[in-house]
Write a protein that binds this ligand. Structure first.
Ligand code: GAR
Length: 214
């Protein structure tokens, strides 16, 4: 059983997906701490409801990013967490912190990385006219939304679709792939070589999709 800490900033639907996955006796990880940089968010309620210890570390009270990240590191160490899942944690972490947790910190991002890093991914994907978008779970590098990719899910963009409905459809997939990626890592099946991840005994989709249909 691998102890995991989840860092959030808001509603925490991905946190909920991880909580639900961990409720399964077969799941190889458990959440020992949830940290939010924002007080009063829904994600904290979700954690409390599941009986998981929570901590609010409000970044606004700190003089520097490094000082703030050191506090997070201390809280994580105290919790005994061996892995971190960033689940809608909307703060950039400094390189020193990221390097301490290299290949032990996962993030979920609502695009097919390396496309559309940063914010407003769905608006930008629609604006760019791409036919597919999706979501990515990856190990965190010091660069923003960058690092070895563990899993991705693809979502086709419907013509005339708005960012809100697209976001909802991508979020559904996020809730599937985040627990799946955490399981793979917690089972020790994931190996990082350079910027690439290999997964022991994984099955890969071998399907070419075309959108619009030929
Ligand atoms: C999710 O869509 C997640 O992919 C995104 O924030 C949302 C959080 O929702 N994260 C990022 O954009 C990180 N770059 P949630 O709080 O309901 O899980």
């Amino acid at each position: 059983m691998v102890d995991v800490a989840v860092l959030i900033s808001g509603s925490g639907t991905n946190l909920q997906a991880l909580i639900d996955a961990c409720a399964d006796d077969d799941f190889p990880a458990r959440i020992v701490l949830v940290i939010s940089n924002n007080p009063g968010v829904k994600g904290l309620e979700r954690a409390e409801k599941a009986g998981i210890p929570t901590k609010v570390l409000n970044h606004r009270g700190f003089d520097s990013r490094e000082e703030y990240d050191d506090q997070i590191h201390e809280a994580l160490k105290e919790s005994g967490a061996k892995l971190i899942c960033l689940a809608g944690f909307m703060r950039i972490l400094d390189a020193r912190f990221v390097n301490r947790w290299r290949n032990r910190m996962l993030n979920i991002h609502p695009s097919l990385l390396p496309s559309f890093k940063g914010l407003h991914t769905h608006e930008r994907a629609i604006e760019a006219g791409v036919r597919y978008t999706g979501c990515t779970v990856h190990f965190v590098n010091p660069e923003l939304d960058d690092g070895p990719i563990i899993t991705q899910a693809v979502v086709a963009i419907n013509p005339d679709e708005g960012a809100d409905t697209l976001a909802a459809r991508v979020l559904e997939k996020e809730h599937i792939i985040y627990p799946q990626a955490l399981r793979l890592v917690a089972e020790g099946r994931v190996r990082v070589v350079g910027n690439k991840v290999t997964i022991r005994d994984a099955e890969y989709e071998n399907l070419a999709s075309v959108n619009p249909k030929p």
